[in-house]
Design a protein around this ligand. Structure first.
Ligand SMILES: NC(=O)c1ccc[n+]([C@@H]2O[C@H](COP(=O)([O-])OP(=O)(O)OC[C@H]3O[C@@H](n4cnc5c(N)ncnc54)[C@H](OP(=O)(O)O)[C@@H]3O)[C@@H](O)[C@H]2O)c1
Length: 256
């Protein structure tokens, strides 16, 4: 049997970096840390040790994504954890998005996540965990965060359905749905106005709860009371009404 590994995409950034820290406490021989920026990954390895395997890949590019499959085929490890965390987000009107930006967002937030699940499952065994980082943006349509929110719906539904398909295998899939998390992903200023992020939590808190929930076999992880409340509201009230409240909040930042 090969090495026992964890694969974490977006390992150099906010939530991914916290996953690296936490999974180093688990019984894994290697953590395959994936992101585009090689220097940041090398710095991560220097800080966190030789268990970190530096894998610089742009997951929006099919060839680079498939090369992870080739690494798996060559090394035949046991994948104990797959954390599909890499993602991109931008607030803005649909008019502001280029075709390239739309495609890249869908490629990384949706396609890469689903492809990596399919590539890794043959190397998993009972007790292996997949954690896909979706978002509370998946609870309702979000004008001006439309594209991002829609990709997160894909991620959430894909994960929960895959978890059901894998029932009986001992492999679990958890859709992690945080609200605002204090990382570099967030646009702090929009149209010259400072954006407020109600209920914002730390990446460490999201990761701790996500790993606990994954170990319990939960198909969804929601870490704060604030987001649990948002989830209930989105289920109880018509989506049009929930959207109206969202639009009222986001229009303050000058979106047309
Ligand atoms: N922050 C929030 O409020 C929040 C809330 C809910 C859900 N989430 C979700 O949590 C996940 C992580 O977000 P974060 O807040 O930790 O973001 P972040 O701090 O911006 O980190 C993003 C990570 O993804 C990597 N990445 C970006 N594009 C990539 C690409 N094309 N190929 C490979 N790696 C790429 C980045 O490294 P490189 O730039 O070097 O590639 C970085 O390591 C995302 O899926 C996001 O949607 C975040």
């Amino acid at each position: 049997m090969g090495n026992k590994i964890a694969i974490i995409t977006g390992a150099s950034g906010g939530i991914g970096r916290e996953f690296v820290k936490k999974l180093l406490e688990e019984e894994v021989d290697e953590i395959w840390a994936v992101a585009r920026n090689r220097e940041k990954l090398v710095a991560l390895q220097k800080e966190m040790g030789r268990k970190i395997v530096v894998i610089p890949k742009d997951l929006t590019k099919s060839k680079e994504l498939y090369s992870i499959g080739e690494m798996l085929y060559k090394e035949k490890p046991v994948v104990a954890y797959l954390v599909n965390n890499a993602g991109i987000a931008r607030m803005g009107s649909y008019k502001e998005f280029t075709v390239e930006e739309i495609e890249n967002t869908i490629n990384i937030n949706c396609s890469a996540m689903a492809v990596l699940c399919t590539m890794c499952i043959p190397y998993m065994q009972k007790g292996s965990r997949i954690l896909n980082i979706s978002s509370a943006s998946a609870f309702q349509p979000q004008p001006y965060l439309n594209l991002y929110g829609a990709t997160k719906v894909f991620e959430r539904n894909y994960s929960r359905a895959l978890n059901a398909e894998l029932k009986g295998s001992g492999i679990t899939v958890t859709a992690v749905c945080p609200g605002w998390v204090d990382t570099e992903l967030l646009m702090r200023k929009v149209n010259g106005k400072t954006v407020k992020f109600p209920g914002m939590v730390s990446a460490a808190r999201v990761v701790e709860t996500a790993l606990k929930d994954a170990k319990r076999g939960k198909d969804m992880s929601v870490c704060s009371l604030y987001v649990k409340y948002e989830h209930v509201i989105a289920k109880l009230f018509p989506q049009r009404a929930v959207m109206r409240v969202w639009i009222k909040g986001i229009r303050k930042y000058g979106f047309q």
